[in-house]
Each structure stands twice: as C-alpha cells, then as structure tokens.
Design a protein around this ligand. Structure first.
Ligand code: GZL
Length: 338
C-alpha cells in the first residue's frame, strides 16, 4: 500500500513539474500580455532581411548616414541589402522593386525627391512589405504607404539659420545681401530649408536674397555656382546661406580664389554640422552650421524591430538637433562623430 501511495505522489509531482515548465516556456517567447504589448523582448528577435535604398554618396552627411545604418543593421544581426542610387530617382525605384522581388522583411528608403514614388510604394504595400522613410519624406496623400518617417525637421533648420542671421546683423545699417545655394531640386531638405529661412527673413526687409540656385548638395557644384554668383555680384554679397555644409565648403574655395575672405567679407551659413564645417569654422572661414544629425541607424533598427513585433509606431519621429558657431568649433571638433 505504502509503495503504491509513494508511486502516485511521484507521478503527481512529475505532472506538476511538467505543467510548470510548459507555463514558463510560453511566457518567455514574446507572447502577448493583456496590454497588447509584447512581453519580454518587445522587439522581433528573428534575423531580418532589410533592403535599404540610399540617396547616394553626395556629401559627408550622406556617408555618415550610410555608415550609421549599415553598422546598426549589422550590430543587430540582420542582413542588409544596400543600394546607392547615385542621386537618381529611377535607381531608387529599381532598387525598391528588386527588394520586393527578393521578398525582404522591410524596406528603408531615403527618397531623393518628394514626388514620383506612389506606384512603387503601392507595390511594396501590395507585397506586404513595410516601408520606413529615413532622412527625407515624400509628398504623398496616402500615408498608409509607409510605417513612419524618421528624420530631421528641415523647416526648423531653415528657421534656425535665419534667426542666427537676424541676431548677427541686428546692429547693421542698410541691406544685407544674401546668396543661397539650394540643395537638390525637389528634395524635402531643399524645399523645407528654403521655406523655414524665408519664413523668418520676411519680417526683416533689410535681409534680401539676391541670388538663389541649386548646388545639388555637392562641394563641386557649390563651388561652381558660387563662382557664378561672385562673377555677377561679387562685391555686393554679404552672406551665403548653403543648404548643406558641403556646398558651403565648395563655395569657400571659390570665395578665396576670387580674393575675398570667407567668414569675414562674406558670412557663411551651412547645415549638417559635419566635420568639414567644424574645420572651416576653426580656421575662421565659416560662421555657423545648423546640425542635421545622420547617426540615426540604431533608432531606425529599433523602429523596424518594434513594428515587426506588432508594436504601434509614431507616424513621424523627429531627430533632436542643435546649431554650432565659429567660436565653439576648435573645442568641439575633436568630439564630432561625423
Ligand atoms: C538632410 C539630408 C541632406 C543633407 C545633405 O537630412 O537629406 O542630404 O543635408 C545630403 O548633406 O546630401
């Protein structure tokens, strides 16, 4: 009798142990909690295949952004399929179609211009592949075509540039003649940085944009267009507003070759806050740069993993940024990551 009882006790204990083990196993594998958020690891822990269609390699900013994205995707253990569009829209459309054909888990896309992507983004949606906008956005009504837009507020960057100039010239008599090097025609940063700058200077009639032309975000084109500005208005130019530091650096070369002192005879305003701008400011050749932070790779990977794990994602996620002036450059230059 005793033996029978003992045997039953052991059986009951074994059954209880098995029940306990199976309960632990189900709660530890990211199962849903009441709140709907995933329990435990709230991100997809599977190895993902991520297609990344990048604008190009046109600037220091872009190179740093590409590295940030590539390093973050690799560090998270995911596979990256990368495409450099060389600033051509048709190459981005081809790349996205290729990612769809390869059935990637997610597409990250920095649109070279705001329009002309509806069809291919609809194709990605029809294929059930989520699209994440990085850096630049698109001008499309149907915002179901992308999960989120992670990037800077370019209009605010334009306002910051203009507000610095308002403060810098508040005690000056007469007109302040500005030449503007715009970014890539039709791109979100070019459109928005112009909008933000003009929104501020419209209340200061002495601040006048006398020439404005695209330098396509590159040093070479920035230098070429600044040479033309100097040829037509050289001694009448007080300020350069460049939509990125690379064009400003190209323009600085043109100003020196023309025989004027950049940073003194012509004040230089750039955007991005890349290392080249800090070097120019430390040399006294540039006055201010508005930060546009490219190092959001880890943040983008977090957003992709959270979305694929079923979490709600904000439609718009802004990148926090600052502004740096000539007097800060020497001290900050060694600390700059891009
Ligand atoms: C801004 C980015 C712009 C940079 C340029 O987020 O899209 O493109 O300002 C780059 O340097 O070419």
């Amino acid at each position: 009798m005793k033996k029978l009882l003992k045997g039953k006790m052991i059986l009951l204990l074994m059954m209880a142990l098995m029940l306990l083990l199976s309960a632990c196993n189900s709660s530890g594998t990211g199962g849903q909690t009441e709140s709907g958020a995933s329990s435990g690891d709230s991100k997809s822990s599977d190895k993902l295949v991520i297609g990344f269609s990048q604008v190009g390699a046109e600037s220091e900013w872009r190179t740093a952004n590409t590295k940030s994205m590539q390093d973050a995707i690799k560090a998270a253990g995911h596979e990256l399929k990368f495409s450099d569009a060389q600033q051509k829209q048709e190459n981005q459309i081809k790349a996205i179609r290729s990612f769809i054909a390869q059935k990637v888990d997610a597409i990250v896309f920095s649109p070279v211009v705001e329009t002309g992507f509806e069809t291919v983004l609809q194709e990605a949606k029809d294929a059930g592949i989520p699209v994440f906008l990085a850096d630049r956005s698109v001008d499309i009504e149907d915002d179901s075509l992308w999960v989120t837009f992670l990037g800077s507020d370019f209009v605010e960057e334009g306002r910051k540039a203009a507000n610095w100039l308002v403060e810098e010239t508040k005690d000056e008599e007469g007109d302040v003649n500005i030449v503007e090097l715009q970014g890539t025609v039709g791109s979100a940063p070019a459109i928005d940085r112009k909008e933000g700058f003009e929104e501020v200077i419209k209340d200061h009639p002495n601040l006048k944009i006398i020439k404005s032309q695209t330098g396509d975000f590159t040093r070479a084109k920035g230098k070429e267009v600044m040479e033309a500005f100097l040829k037509s208005d050289g001694d009448n130019i007080d300020v350069l507003y460049a939509h990125n530091d690379d064009m400003a650096i190209g323009a600085i070369q043109a100003i020196e070759e023309y025989g004027l002192k950049p940073g003194e005879d012509i004040k230089i305003i750039g955007v991005d806050a890349v290392k080249g701008a800090f070097e120019a400011m430390a040399a006294g050749k540039m006055n201010v740069t508005v930060e546009c932070n490219p190092l959001f790779g880890p943040q983008m990977v977090d957003l992709i993993e959270a979305h694929l794990a079923g979490e709600e994602i904000e439609k718009r996620v802004a990148v926090e940024e600052s502004m740096y002036t000539m007097d800060q450059a020497e001290e900050l230059l060694p600390t700059r990551e891009y």
